[in-house]
Design a protein around this ligand. Structure first.
Ligand SMILES: Nc1ncnc2c1ncn2[C@@H]1O[C@H](COP(=O)(O)OP(=O)(O)OP(=O)(O)O)[C@@H](O)[C@H]1O
Length: 344
């Protein structure tokens, strides 16, 4: 069974993946921060039992786990693969995770909110993810009444999620645009438009790989459709601008770009040690060059999958033992050598 990020989607250049997240809380219980250990356990088990047929209804296989029963390394690896957030990794009281085997559909129980439904997919697919999230939301709500206010909408632990409780986001690849002087003013334009942008692997200079998450700033006073529309338009606008800049540069500096990417490929394919920073920079160059038809691999490969796979906890999962920094660099180079196909 393929996990969602193992699929490649080259339909729209520069758009890597989409995410829909719904925050919901039950009428019957206080918000998670107010629940004691016993109440937390009771709520999570009721949800686990009440949602046990979700897989059948969705035509998917789900597995349930109490977060407290998972190894620390597994939780961090799930965070690196975008399934859990930091709050879920460090949660002390009973909390649960219902996760599909493709890891594209997850429901986190009793972390930031009682229920967080998350759907992930490759490329630009917010509409499709929203349809599925809405269906799952109805399934849950038929069994558990939500905390809902006629005036404000869904009530959530953080005021920033009140209303629709919806966060829609798209990961885009902006290696050229993000280096330009106008990038900060572009971010300002996005914000006026209602979209926020942040590094997908870190902030500012530390965001190696030039992947950015674009998401809605507001959850209140807009319909779900409007939110999805805003984020979709922002993602298309930014990636179109990126492609224009790249096209211009390619006309002037084709040989320089080719030289750069073939060298990067050589390092990725043959290096014996790779830091996270270097690997992300070279993978980013490869991603851009493949989109621009400067290089072709013999088999299709999801470069985003490689980016997720070279993070520390995921590398340690493959090695099946704890690794220090030097060993991680060796394991990273080994992983990329193995997974990166030959070029034509
Ligand atoms: N479009 C996307 N594709 C893949 N991963 C994404 C996308 N958008 C966000 N993510 C990742 O999903 C994870 C959860 O996002 P984030 O940290 O924003 O969650 P959060 O703290 O629960 O907040 P929220 O759910 O309000 O966004 C993060 O690792 C983030 O990088």
């Amino acid at each position: 069974m393929h996990r969602w990020f193992e699929e490649t989607d080259a339909c729209r250049p520069g758009i890597i993946s989409s995410r829909i997240r719904l925050a919901r809380n039950l009428q019957e219980f206080r918000f998670p921060v107010k629940l004691d250990e016993k109440e937390s356990g009771e709520m999570v088990h009721r949800l686990e039992f009440g949602l046990k047929d979700l897989g059948e209804s969705e035509g998917k296989t789900f597995e349930f786990a109490m977060l407290g029963d998972l190894e620390e390394l597994d939780k961090v690896a799930l965070k690196e693969r975008r399934v859990l957030n930091s709050a879920a990794v460090t949660k002390k009281y009973p909390a649960g995770l219902l996760l599909s085997e493709e890891e594209d559909t997850g429901i986190v129980l009793n972390c930031d909110d009682h229920i967080r439904i998350q759907l992930l997919g490759t490329g630009l697919c917010l509409e499709e993810l929203w349809t599925r999230a809405d269906r799952i939301d109805n399934y849950v709500n038929e069994r558990f009444p939500y905390a809902f206010d006629d005036r404000y909408g869904y009530l959530t632990s953080f005021p920033t999620n009140v209303g629709t409780g919806l966060r829609a986001s798209v990961v885009v690849h902006l290696p050229m645009l993000s280096q330009g002087r106008r990038f900060s003013s572009l971010i300002g334009d996005m914000s006026r438009f209602g979209a926020a942008i942040r590094g997908a692997f870190g902030e500012g200079e530390e965001n190696f790989g030039s992947l950015y998450e674009i998401s809605n700033q507001k959850t209140l006073g807009q319909t779900e459709r409007e939110i999805i529309d805003t984020v979709t338009k922002a993602a298309i606008q930014l990636t179109n601008q990126e492609m224009q800049v790249r096209k211009l540069l390619l006309q002037r500096q084709k040989i320089e770009r080719e030289d750069e990417v073939y060298k990067s490929y050589g390092v990725l394919k043959y290096a014996r040690r790779l830091t996270f920073r270097d690997a992300m920079i070279f993978l980013s160059q490869l991603l851009a060059a493949r989109t621009d038809s400067l290089i072709q691999t013999k088999e299709d490969v999801s470069i985003y999958r490689l980016m997720l796979g070279i993070q520390p906890a995921n590398l340690q999962k493959i090695s099946d033992r704890p690794l220090n920094k030097e060993e991680l660099d060796v394991a990273r180079a080994e992983f990329i050598r193995r997974e990166l196909p030959e070029i034509n």
